[in-house]
Design a binder for this molecule. Sequence first.
Ligand code: SAM
Length: 191
Amino acid sequence: MNLPEWRTIVLRINHRPERDKRLTTHLGLTARAFGAQGFWITGLRDPNIIKSLLQVCCQWGHRAFSIQQKKSWRECIRTWKNKDGEVIHLTMYGLHIDDVIPRIRASSLDKLVVVGGPKVPGELYTLADYNVAIGHQPHSEVAALAIFLDRLYQGNSLHIVPDDAELVVEPTAHGKRLQERTPPKEDKTVQ
Ligand code: SAM
């Protein structure tokens, strides 16, 4: 299966452990399962989220998936742009995905996909290279991210089975079947 050469990292800004635990975890799971190469978080530190995502990477593979707590979203964006990457902010106020996805796919630049929380700083709208709407109705950051990545990878990422998985699903019409594998030994450490 041919996946594009650029890297995609998803950045969740302004995480609040009390209220966003599940949503942020689901964003990380979605980023990994839908083809991104990493998931970065800014806001309050929440080691449990990082721990549970690392555990998923160990069991289901993709140990190279970058999971990082970052100090500042502004700094992430600045560094990303300095390294010639582009920044895509998902917001219902942006341009419709159908109108911009061909341009984003055609660009060879690495992609930082930013998803917000309850309060998105106004500055983000001007710092982003693209403000992309998954329709113009309010819904969920998880839904927005899943649809964006699916369009970005044109559905191909849903066919990935990581080489380093310990657990692999054997699809069945009814019931559950899992294959257990022994992946190459390698420690995954928190960055
Ligand atoms: N009031 C927030 C704002 O100022 O944008 C929206 C909060 S919404 C629950 C959280 C995040 O979900 C947004 O920051 C955005 O990343 C994403 N989101 C929600 N609906 C979206 C849509 N229609 N298109 C793109 N992203 C969306």
